[in-house]
Write a new protein. Structure first.
Length: 496
C-alpha cells in the first residue's frame, strides 16, 4: 500500500485504499456496538459508576446519595441496564471522608466520560459511551497496524476474538490497543509509546513492570535523544505523572497504594512456570485454545523473518535492543501472574490476560507475507477462517464466561488421554470442572482421569487413589493423573 506524503498532526495520511479499509473496519465495529446486548461483565459496574460521576463533574469516589442517584439513572434507562443496579462497590474498607472508592482506578472511566455524557444527551445507555471510545481507539489502532504491518497482521489481530469487548465497559480492549501502539511506536515515536503505557500502568498497577521494561528498552534504543528537547521532557513528565496517579490517589485517600491490598493479600510473588504461561498455553483459557490462527501465523511469520534476517555483528547494546521486546513480554507475563484469579470473568472464555499478551504477535508480521500470489491466497484463506472462527466463539452477544463456564474439547481431550501433560492452576480447574465460580472443593473431570484433592480430600464421585505420597497429602491442592492402572501425583501450592 503506497503512502502519500500528506501529513496531519505529524502523521502521514494513508492512501485512499487504506482509508477505505479503515472506514470499513470502523463501520463493522459500529454495527457490533449498536447491535450489542449492553450486558454487564466483570468489573463493568465499577467503571460505569465512576464514568457517570465524571460525566456529572463529580469525584470518582461515591457518597451514598451518589450511589442511589446512579441506580435511579439506570432504572430510568429501562430493563437493559437492570444488571448494573447496585453494582458499584460500597465496602467499608474503601470508605474515606464519606465516599466509597472502587477497587479499580478511574483513568479508564475518565477517558470514557465525554462519550458517556454524549450518551446522556441522546438518552441511550452509558455503555454506548464506552463503546464509542472503543470504536475510536480500535479503529485508529487498526489503521496504524494496517499501514505498518500490512493486511495480514491487521486482520488476524482485529477481525478476531478481540471484538467481543467492543460493546462492553471493560478495559481489556484499551489495554490491547495502547500496548500494541506502544510496541509499534518504539522506534519512531517513543514518547507516545511511553504515554500509552503510562495510561495502562495507571489503569492496572501490575503493568508498571511492563512500563519499566519498556522504558529501559527506549533508553537502550534512543539514548540521549529521549531528552534532547523541552517537548520530549514534557512528555516524559506527563507519563510519570499519569503512572503515579494511581498509587498517589489511593495513598492519599485510603493509606494504601492499591485498594486491592485492603481486600486480599496481593504482595509481589514469584509465580510458578505454569501460572506464568497460563494465558498462552492453558487448554481451558489460553491463547492457543481460543486464538489459534494468531499463534500459528505469528510462529510461522517469526521463523520466516528470522530466516531472512541478515547476519550482522552486534554490540552488547544492540543485542539488548533486539531482545528487549521479549523481555517486555516476559514482564507482562510476570505482571499478569500477580493476579491470584486467572479464571476471572469479564470474558467469553479466553483469559483476559491472553488479550494483553496478543499484541506481541505483531513483531512476527510484515508486508513480505503477501508478496507472492500463492502466499496471498493461502494467507487470505487463513484470515477468513480466523474471522469465521472468531465470530463463532466470540460474538459480542455471547454472555460473560461467569454464566457459561465449562471445560473445552481440548481440555477434555488432554485430561482424558494425557492428564499428566498439563496441570492447570487450581482456580481454573476448579472453576471449569465444577462449572461455577467460588467453589473450592475436590473435583475431577468427567472420566475420572484427572482428580484434584483439596486439603487431602478427593472427589467423592471418583475412586480415590491409593498410595498417595506424603507431600501430596500435606499440600493444600494435589493433582492425581491416571497413568494406566495407577496415578501420578503433583502437589500444587498456589490457588491461582
Amino acid at each position: 500500500m503506497a503512502h502519500d506524503r500528506t501529513r496531519l498532526l505529524g502523521f502521514v495520511v494513508p492512501d485512499r485504499t487504506t482509508l477505505l479499509a479503515i472506514a470499513g473496519f470502523g463501520v463493522l465495529c459500529l454495527v457490533l456496538l449498536v447491535t450489542g446486548s449492553q450486558q454487564r461483565v466483570g468489573d463493568a459496574g465499577e467503571y460505569m459508576a465512576m464514568s457517570y460521576q465524571f460525566s456529572n463533574l463529580r469525584p470518582p469516589a461515591m457518597s451514598l446519595w451518589d450511589l442511589a442517584d446512579i441506580d435511579r439513572h439506570y432504572a430510568a434507562l429501562g430493563d437493559s441496564m437492570a444488571s448494573y443496579r447496585g453494582s458499584a462497590r460500597s465496602e467499608a474498607a474503601l470508605l474515606s471522608d464519606g465516599r466509597y472508592d472502587q477497587l479499580h482506578f478511574w483513568i479508564y472511566p475518565l477517558l470514557a466520560a465525554p462519550f458517556v455524557k454524549l450518551a446522556h444527551w441522546f438518552g441511550v445507555p452509558d455503555t454506548f459511551g464506552f463503546g464509542a471510545l472503543h470504536v475510536l481507539v480500535i479503529t485508529f489502532t487498526f489503521g496504524v497496524v494496517l499501514r505498518r504491518k500490512g493486511v495480514v497482521a491487521a486482520s488476524l489481530l482485529f477481525i478476531s476474538p478481540l471484538l467481543w469487548w467492543i460493546d462492553k465497559p471493560h478495559g481489556d480492549l484499551l489495554v490491547f490497543c495502547l500496548l500494541l501502539l506502544a510496541l509499534l511506536w518504539a522506534r519512531d515515536r517513543p514518547h507516545l509509546g511511553l504515554l500509552c503505557l503510562s495510561v495502562l500502568a495507571a489503569h492496572n498497577m501490575s503493568l508498571n513492570l511492563v512500563l519499566a521494561a519498556y522504558g529501559i528498552w527506549m533508553l537502550l534504543l534512543h539514548g540521549r535523544n529521549l531528552f534532547d528537547s523541552g517537548r520530549k521532557w514534557a512528555a516524559l513528565v506527563v507519563a510519570v505523572v499519569i503512572a503515579a496517579s494511581h498509587p498517589v490517589y489511593y495513598l492519599v485517600r485510603l493509606g494504601e497504594t492499591d485498594p486491592v491490598h485492603l481486600i486480599e493479600d496481593l504482595s509481589m510473588r514469584l509465580p510458578t512456570l505454569t501460572r506464568l504461561v497460563t494465558p498462552l498455553l492453558d487448554p481451558y483459557a489460553g491463547l492457543v485454545m481460543w486464538w489459534p490462527a494468531l499463534v500459528v501465523a505469528a510462529a510461522i511469520g517469526g521463523v520466516v523473518r528470522a530466516w531472512h534476517r541478515p547476519l550482522v555483528n552486534r554490540t552488547a547494546r544492540a543485542w539488548a535492543v533486539v531482545w528487549a521486546p521479549f523481555v517486555t513480554a516476559m514482564a507482562l507475563l510476570l505482571a499478569q501472574a500477580q493476579n491470584t484469579q486467572p479464571a476471572s470473568g469479564g470474558t467469553f472464555a479466553l483469559s483476559r490476560y491472553a488479550v494483553w499478551l496478543a499484541p506481541f504477535a505483531v513483531f512476527a508480521f510484515g508486508h513480505h507475507l503477501t508478496t507472492r500470489r500463492a502466499t496471498r491466497v493461502g494467507v487470505a484463506a487463513c484470515c477468513a477462517a480466523s474471522a469465521v472462527l472468531s465470530f463463532h466463539v466470540a460474538r459480542p452477544d455471547r454472555p460473560d464466561v461467569w454464566f457459561t463456564v465449562g471445560p473445552t474439547f481440548i481440555s477434555d481431550a488432554v485430561n482424558d488421554h494425557a492428564p499428566w501433560l498439563w496441570n492447570p492452576v487450581p482456580q481454573i480447574f476448579l472453576t471449569r470442572e465444577h462449572e461455577q465460580y467460588t467453589v473450592v472443593e475436590p473435583v475431577a473431570n468427567e472420566t475420572c482421569t484427572k482428580l484434584l484433592a483439596v486439603s487431602g480430600q478427593w472427589p467423592g464421585d471418583c475412586p480415590a487413589p491409593t498410595d498417595v505420597p506424603d507431600d501430596c497429602v500435606r499440600s493444600y491442592f494435589c493433582y492425581a493423573n491416571r497413568s494406566g492402572d495407577d496415578y501420578t501425583f503433583q502437589p500444587v501450592d498456589q490457588f491461582g
